[in-house]
Design a protein around this ligand. Sequence first.
Ligand SMILES: *Cc1c(COP(=O)(O)O)cnc(C)c1O
Length: 399
Amino acid sequence: MIDVDAELDLTPGARDQVFLDSAGSSLPPRTVVDAVVGHLRREAEVGGYRAAAERAEELAELPLALARLLGCGPEEIALTDSATRSWTQLVSAIRWRPGDRVLICGNEYAGNAIPLLQRARYDGVVVEVVPDDGHGDPDPDAFAAMLDDRVRLVSLVHVATNSGHVTRFEPIAAAARAAGALVLLDACQSAGQLALDVDRLGVDALTGTGRKWLRGPRGTGFLQVRPDVVAALEPAAADLRGGTWISGAGGTGATSYELRNDAARFELWEHDVAGRLGLKAAVDHLLALGPAEVEAAVRASATLLRDGLAGLAGVTVHDVGEDLAGIVTFTVDGQDPVETKELLSAADVTVSVSDASSTRIDMTARGLASVVRASPHYFVSESHLDRAVAAVAELAESS
Ligand SMILES: *Cc1c(COP(=O)(O)O)cnc(C)c1O
């Protein structure tokens, strides 16, 4: 069991408000803030290079900590500045041929869809949507019928940005890999919320961000890539972190380069060192609590909140599917979600709004323009969840 009171002591921002936006940008524990701010101060004293050198050991431990979190080796981890950067670094490394097919699912995220549609526009790649099975998951039979040897990439989203649903993607990931397609999982909303294990997930690569459920700083992210697919993937814009400029065959002109042979080939040289120290503190915090404990606590909080909201007259809960986790989506009948968010904010309840433009396929299919998104982390107490339900009830009555 997580000691919520002890966690609140470490999370000053969560005492006076009901914080329900860990799917957007969570509240960091004090250790994360101290790591970031302390390093910025040190940089001001001795310069960024010396300050980084002083923390070299801890920085080298970040890939180890992330690898522990994901159940993989540290050579499978690349550090980036966002989930989207991780995703585009990986996808840019596929050498596309005209007519190559990419299969995406109904819960695809705009930040992934747009770079794929660029490949469609400029490289003749064909982007197709796997039909839904009627329960919010990609249909395995329909997927099997779509698979052929022109499918280069299958893009999966573990937990969508606009739903509590945990996607059952494992059957199609296995089929796709057996058919020789690369399988990429967007774990941006699951990392830090759900206990993850790359062997059980069974994908070739996954992406995550620091600021959401991991409670890390903004501007941090990571990519995990299986060692057996790294060699075939060369990021379109590698730099002197992912590669080395070497002399050509004649030995004079500097005419060639070599890429690293681990996942760090996807990294870029310049990065926010303070942010990485903060991310290290965030991952350490999660590992100390235990990812399985965190998952259980998040699921319990979200269930309390979802059930509370579902019981209110004039409120519609929009989460669909059997396996619902930490994201709760709803609308107050007759009220624009942005207005609901603002009124809740005035009542010291922090939520966000998920718009159709982020998950267009799914929102269009369900006839939704936007929903209120409430995402309680383990540090939100039961009394705070009750306060949130009461605040929504009041809005629904006066709406
Ligand atoms: C937030 C989000 C992303 C993007 O994460 P960034 O760190 O902002 O790049 C990707 N996928 C999903 C499902 C998300 O919710």
